[in-house]
Design a protein around this ligand. Sequence first.
Ligand SMILES: NC(=O)c1ccc[n+]([C@@H]2O[C@H](COP(=O)([O-])OP(=O)(O)OC[C@H]3O[C@@H](n4cnc5c(N)ncnc54)[C@H](O)[C@@H]3O)[C@@H](O)[C@H]2O)c1
Length: 491
Amino acid sequence: MVRTQTCPASAFPPKSPRQSCLGLCSGRRFAFNQAIWPSRLVPSAVPPFNKEETVKVSVFGLGYVGAVITACFSRQGHTIIGVDTDAFKVNQINAGKSPIIEPELESMLAEGVQAGRVSATSDFKSAVLASDISMICVGTPSQADGSIDLTYIRRVCENIGEILRDKPSRHIVVIRSTMLPGSIEGTVIPALEKTSGKQNGPGFGVAINPEFLRESTAVKDFYNPPKTVIGAQSVEDYNQIAELYADIPGPKVHTDLRTAEMVKYADNCFHALKIVFANEIGRASKALGSDADEVMRIFSLDTKLNLSPVYLKPGFCYGGSCLPKDLRAITAAGRSQGVDLPLLSSITQSNDAHFASAFRYLMDLDAAPIAVLGFAFKAGTDDLRESPVVKLIEELVKAGKQVRLFDRNVSPDRLIGANKRFVEAHLPHLSHLIVGTVEELTAGAKVIVIGNGNEEARHLLPSLASNILVVDLTSGGLKTVTAAQVWRPCA
Ligand SMILES: NC(=O)c1ccc[n+]([C@@H]2O[C@H](COP(=O)([O-])OP(=O)(O)OC[C@H]3O[C@@H](n4cnc5c(N)ncnc54)[C@H](O)[C@@H]3O)[C@@H](O)[C@H]2O)c1
């Protein structure tokens, strides 16, 4: 399995004075050379192309994705053969016309055809034989039950595989279509292996390079992508595909197939979530007399906590004294105003489902006692109010599990106020379960639950015997452990 890495130095050996890893990753070498642009493209986002080191690519499917990458890669100096079963689209491309309406596309395709860098055909064989890489951009529509339909992907792979049977040189098949994790291993590779008679790896390469363009700004997006993600099984395949993006700025990531497949879904789910979230805050704002546009404008000014990677690491449930309480308040206000807020109302449900999966996992373990290291809402505090770890301990104790606890910052004698009241209501046996040191906690324990990002865990994990089961409810910072098995809620 290829480990995820962002622009590894080895993946980008400097090839010429104009290329270096730094230059490719940072995009600082991306020359915005307006002087040599054809005047009709100014002031577009299209940079000048580089004529050195071009790649020959066959693009299967000349719809939105296929037509855009045909035009843009050819503008970079690469030779592109478009393939589609739709004769109209093939004829359009060969006539230098765009099969879709998209700013700048038609002039770029016309330029590519005129320069001999773009052609289109319905003849799969000539296209595959004349190229080193095939990029598949066919549709992956929904079936009636919502599941993904990979019929077009399978069919194209079978067609390509039949041609690869007689192609002497190694070919790489790159999927640009959006497909669920496991689709390459479950559909693409079997189809190619069966029809080509060759073996994935030595016989041919497979990769996934998800597409992030947005219709209406597709050309601009191509030249200024948020990232380039390539799921490839070897550094050599990755390098060959990355060559196509040599002058494109932004981070370039080499990762494994299933991660690359999933990234596109994480992106699209998040984009849909953002839209629905903004609309629900808008409806709630309106109902409560706030200015919705102004609320979201001010919200977006916060690039530390709101529009940032903070809170985006898979880990354990949210809790504490604010998030649960404030979600309850806003959804109750929505109900009282007759405003439907299904997204905000379902957040608690999702948090509960996450809690239940960890609880079930611990209940199913046939090992005792369970030692919980760190159970305050956040490491470095003694705040236990609505700590999801306290709730987990409470449920385990109720279910008859033998549990012992340690948290450097929590001592039953020092609890006061709301903190004390919360513990008395939810974990009255706390003082009987707490031990005084990490050593007492771990002595004879078969399971260690890391409840928060406490320092002790960082030091303890590497020294644990390999037969101790570690259940790490946190994320970040505690990645290196030597215990034989580490279970995390999302990994
Ligand atoms: N449209 C977007 O903005 C966008 C953005 C990112 C990713 N995607 C993903 O990219 C994929 C393609 O999307 P699209 O919008 O370009 O689709 P599309 O429907 O516009 O184009 C698909 C093309 O594939 C052709 N085709 C079908 N079977 C074929 C075959 N056997 N051989 C050759 N050509 C064949 C069709 O004739 C059609 O021209 C989908 O998985 C989609 O989810 C789309």
